[in-house]
Design a protein around this ligand. Structure first.
Ligand code: ZN
Length: 111
């Protein structure tokens, strides 16, 4: 009987489409609210920003960057929108619709 196991060999390390280097992760910059506890330091009247906490559910933006060349590869204003259909296939090294989502910068525009 034929072995019906799906070959995993089509998956390979993703290659950054901007610099061509093999990468195993993306760096992500998130915009979200943080709550700080600010107290007065009585000895010199300075402020002590000792504790901070990310407020769940306030994320408004995610920028995915290549860790090698620091180019933005994907950007979204809908934080979870790209995860399943773009980021996962990209990191699995699968060709697919993520190319249509690739962030393109105008040639003369720097970040
Ligand atoms: Zn790169």
């Amino acid at each position: 009987m034929e072995n019906c196991v799906i070959e995993e060999s089509e998956e390979r390390a993703p290659v950054c489409p901007k610099c061509g280097v093999e990468i195993d992760h993306l760096d992500v910059y998130c915009h979200e609210e943080n709550r700080y506890r600010v107290s007065l330091m009585t000895k010199d009247n300075s402020l002590d920003w000792s504790t901070s906490e990310v407020i769940e559910g306030t994320e408004t933006k995610r920028d995915y960057e290549c860790p090698e060349c620091n180019s933005y590869l994907f950007k979204t204003d809908n934080p979870h929108s790209l995860e399943k259909d773009v980021i996962v296939p990209f990191l699995r090294g699968i060709e697919g619709s993520w190319r249509e989502t690739l962030y393109e910068v105008a040639p003369d525009a720097e970040r």
